[in-house]
Structures are given as C-alpha cells and as structure tokens.
Design a protein around this ligand. Structure first.
Ligand SMILES: Cc1cc2nc3c(=O)[nH]c(=O)nc-3n(C[C@H](O)[C@H](O)[C@H](O)COP(=O)(O)OP(=O)(O)OC[C@H]3O[C@@H](n4cnc5c(N)ncnc54)[C@H](O)[C@@H]3O)c2cc1C
Length: 458
C-alpha cells in the first residue's frame, strides 16, 4: 500500500534545479515534497571521498566569473572556493607532436593561429546574435538550425588543425561531436555561457575556481535545510494531471499536489508515464534532446609530479582518447590528482571497454602528455555518466538540427500543472550548475504565479 501525502507542490529530482525550486517555494510559504530517485541528493554533482581525506568530484565541480547564482548560494551556505591550479605551461598535442605554451594562446603555426582566431571571432559574433530566451527567433535561426556545427567548422576553418581545435571545443564544452548538434545550438550554448574564451578558460573562465570540500557540499547543505521534505530512493514513475492538481506516483508514495516541478533532464522526463499523455510537441521534444557522453576519471598520484616540470596539468590533444586534463589535486597538496576526461565519441567507445582496458587507455594518454610517471597511479576513480540510470549522459543535453526551431518553446512551456526545470531549460549558463539554479528559481516563480490565480481544489 502506497503512503499517501498531500502537499502544495511536488518537485521531482533533488539536483541543484529541484532543490533550488523547493527552497524558493518553501521561502514563499508553500508545502513541498522533493522526490529523488537516488539514495543521495546532488544529481550530476557528487563527491567521492578517497584515502588521506582527499575529496574528488566525479561530476560538476568548477565555478567561474558571471556564475553569480551558484557563487551567492555557496557563499550563503559557507562553502568556500579556491583557485584551480594554473601555474606553469599548458600542453597542446597534435598527433605525435607535443608543445608547451603559457596562457590562453597556444604556440602553434601562425597560419593555424590566424585561421582559428578568425573562425572563433566569427563564431562568437554569431553567438551574440542568438536571443537566449528564444533561440528560434534569431534572424538566421532557420539557416543555423538546418546545419550542424561540423558543417560550419568545415566551411569556416581552412586548416585541418584549426578544424581540430574547434572539434576539441565541442568535446570539452558539449561532450559531443560537432556533427551531433545544430549550429544554432552551438551558438546558443556559447552565448549562454558568455563566449568561447569564457567557457574554455581557467583564469577568468568557467574552470577558474573549485569548492573547498567538493561541490556536492552545496546540494547536501540545501537538502539539510529542506529536512524531511526530501524523500530519497523514490523514483517517480507516473504523473497524472487531474486538471486542478496532480498525482505523482513512486513505488511507495502517492503524492497529491496542486502542481509538480519536473527537475530532471528532458530525456529522462520523457521516460515517465503521463496521464493524460503529453501533447505531441512536448513528447517529441523529449525524443530529440540527447545528452552528451562523458567518463570522468580522477587519477591519484603520490604527488602532483607535473608541477615539478613547470606544467599546469592542463593538456589538450586531438587524438585522445583523453583529450582534456586538469590538475585536480586537493588544496592540502597531500596527493596529486590528475583529472582526465573521455568525451563524446571517445566516451561512447570507452563505455564498451572493460574497466581494465579503459584504465590502460586513459593512462596511455596521460603518459603521452606527462611522461612515464603517469603510468603508476595509487588510485584510479572513474564514472561513466551515460551508464548512470538517473542521468544517462552529461554535461547537459544538445539539440540536433531542427529541434530548436521546431520544438524550442516546449522546453519550458508548462503542460497543465506540470512545470519543467533542470539546467537544460536555463537561459544563462545552460548545462552548468548556475543554469540549474536559474531554472529552479524560474520554475518556482511560475508555480507560485499559477497557484495564486488557480483556486484550491475542493
Ligand atoms: C562529469 C560532469 C562534469 C561537469 N562539470 C561541471 C562544472 O565543472 N561546472 C558546472 O557548473 N557544471 C558542470 N557539470 C554540469 C552540472 O553538474 C549540471 O548542469 C547540474 O548539476 C545539473 O543539475 P540539475 O538539477 O539540472 O540536474 P541533475 O543534477 O541531473 O538532477 C536531476 C535529479 O533528478 C533525479 N531523477 C532523475 N530521474 C528521476 C525520477 N524519475 N524520479 C525522481 N528523481 C529523478 C536524479 O537522480 C538527479 O538527482 C558537469 C556535469 C558532469 C556530469
């Protein structure tokens, strides 16, 4: 027999979006129940505690300039930040050729540098023309949404290395191949995060700072404040819209509410059962918004040995399988942690390997970037986000050709008493923690307005 609960609003998902929606609703005096599928809160933000008190994040971790919501929230909760290690040279590798450079501009052939510089300037300029609230209303939306980012790269970069650098941008920021999504999506997402340099940068960029004790402290502290309103290990299966209210079913709970905020990625939202069935535009949207693919690896060494070679630990290479690395060592310096990303096609391929094969492939890349010392870590932690039942891919979703222009409005448009949140619905920092918070606040405001004009069910 299911436990029956009556409340004002049910929030589905205790990621940052769901928790921020719940906090805003509680602050407005509403009764809220948050139902979370996992036995923990945080969703795509999760800490892992290792030996010697080392905490690594297996999901979202960095914060940078203009991410004001997450910065304010962390400060309010007393979660401090510290700068990502960024002293020394970065590595750039094309095939078998590896070079070092300082700062943001790689030391490469001036012809390639001019090529990529021109293409990036053009791309950033187009991105600024995409209205963040309604990408489908951009003057050239149809044209941009009927080609992939890969098509644009081929037409706008002359050199093969220039093309590869933009493909690296795609892997690092979208966790997908540029053929997977439309140019309009590439432009929207880039504008939403403030441009290519802001998205890819460490100093003054999205990778600038880290959270002391790990980013999951933020959702954990939010959930503490919500207390018994958060119900863990309760995957939502079905939502019934009764017109004047909703019934939300998990395996053990039957929740009656006046509205529901579904704060899960659109693909997962499409896997719930709705009664009555969702309208076609919303259901087709959920069929057309795939998540990127990432396997995040934190590789632990006795010391951050690369620092002794004058390296930041930030390496980028066009062949992979690891295309991006960062120094992810704890501030205490008790261990060296190298963060290695498998993204897009490489993550999809690596997902089919055995853990031993994957470890060998990752360490092989690290040895090529940082030398033989990288071959013998003390510990190897990995998480394949596509294999996570309650996430199914990350960092966020990407929209293939035709989706923004045909289904874009359905991303946020409520269906009856059902409201949509989650970083995929954000206008700023879409795909990021900051965007998740924005989406939660927006959905809560929508619900409050809706409740204020709709009489209580008798
Ligand atoms: C490897 C990785 C690295 C990242 N790096 C960064 C970074 O450095 N900086 C940054 O800002 N962002 C980063 N991100 C992105 C960031 O983590 C996300 O944008 C953000 O956490 C999304 O929050 P959300 O609440 O929208 O969704 P989620 O965190 O996905 O929350 C959704 C919640 O709903 C739950 N759920 C799913 N289905 C159901 C169901 N049927 N019933 C009940 N509950 C359900 C899930 O378990 C989850 O807890 C990264 C993400 C990953 C995975």
């Amino acid at each position: 027999m299911a436990e029956r609960i009556e409340t004002d609003v049910v929030v589905v998902g205790a990621g940052l979006a769901g928790l921020s929606a719940a906090q805003a609703l509680v602050a407005a005096g509403r009764d809220v129940v948050v139902v979370e599928a996992r036995d923990r809160v945080g969703g795509r933000v999760v800490n892992r505690e290792l030996d010697h008190g080392v905490v690594v994040e297996m999901g979202g971790q960095w914060i940078g300039p203009t991410q004001n919501r997450i910065a304010r929230l962390a400060a309010d909760l007393g979660v401090e930040t510290f700068p990502t290690f960024n002293d020394g040279d970065n590595i750039l590798r094309f095939g078998e050729t590896q070079g070092r450079y300082k700062g943001a501009i790689p030391r490469i052939n001036p012809v390639v540098l001019a090529d990529i510089g021109r293409a990036q300037a053009r791309f950033d300029k187009l991105a600024r023309r995409v209205p963040l609230e309604a990408p489908w209303s951009a003057a050239q939306a149809e044209q941009w949404d009927s080609q992939t980012f890969e098509t644009w790269i081929r037409r706008n970069c002359r050199t093969s290395k220039g093309k590869d650098l933009l493909r690296l941008y795609s892997a690092a920021v979208f966790a997908a191949e540029p053929a997977d999504y439309s140019l309009l999506h590439a432009l929207f997402y880039t504008n939403s995060g403030g441009g290519v340099d802001r998205l890819t940068g460490t100093a003054d960029g999205a990778q600038q700072d880290r959270f002391v004790g790990g980013s999951q402290r933020i959702p954990l502290l939010m959930a503490d404040e919500l207390g018994a309103r958060v119900r863990l290990a309760q995957p939502v299966r079905r939502i019934t819209d009764r017109g004047a209210g909703v019934t939300v079913l998990t395996d053990q709970l039957e929740l009656e509410a006046r509205a529901v905020v579904v704060a899960i990625p659109p693909t997962l939202a499409g896997r719930l059962v709705y009664e009555p069935a969702l309208p076609p535009w919303r259901d087709q949207l959920t069929q057309a918004v795939p998540a990127g693919a990432v396997i995040k690896c934190n590789v632990v060494y006795e010391t951050p040995f690369w620092r002794e070679d004058g390296l930041t630990g930030q390496a980028t290479g066009n062949e992979g399988p690891v295309k991006i690395t960062f120094d992810n060592s704890p501030p205490s310096g008790v261990r060296g942690v190298m963060l290695a990303f498998l993204e897009g096609a490489h993550a999809r391929r690596a997902a089919r390997m055995t853990p031993a094969e994957r470890r060998e492939a990752v360490l092989g890349s690290l040895v090529r970037y940082f030398g033989p010392q990288a071959a013998k870590p003390l510990d190897f932690q990995e998480l394949d986000w596509s294999a996570e039942e309650w996430t199914r891919g990350c960092y966020g979703a990407h929209l293939p050709t035709g989706v923004w222009t045909q289904y874009g409005p359905a991303l946020r448009e409520p269906v009856g008493c059902i409201h949509w949140a989650g970083t995929e619905t954000a206008t700023v920092w879409n795909g990021y923690m900051d965007g998740a918070l924005q989406s939660g606040d927006r959905a809560a405001a929508e619900v409050l307005q809706c409740l204020s004009i709709r009489p209580e069910e008798s």
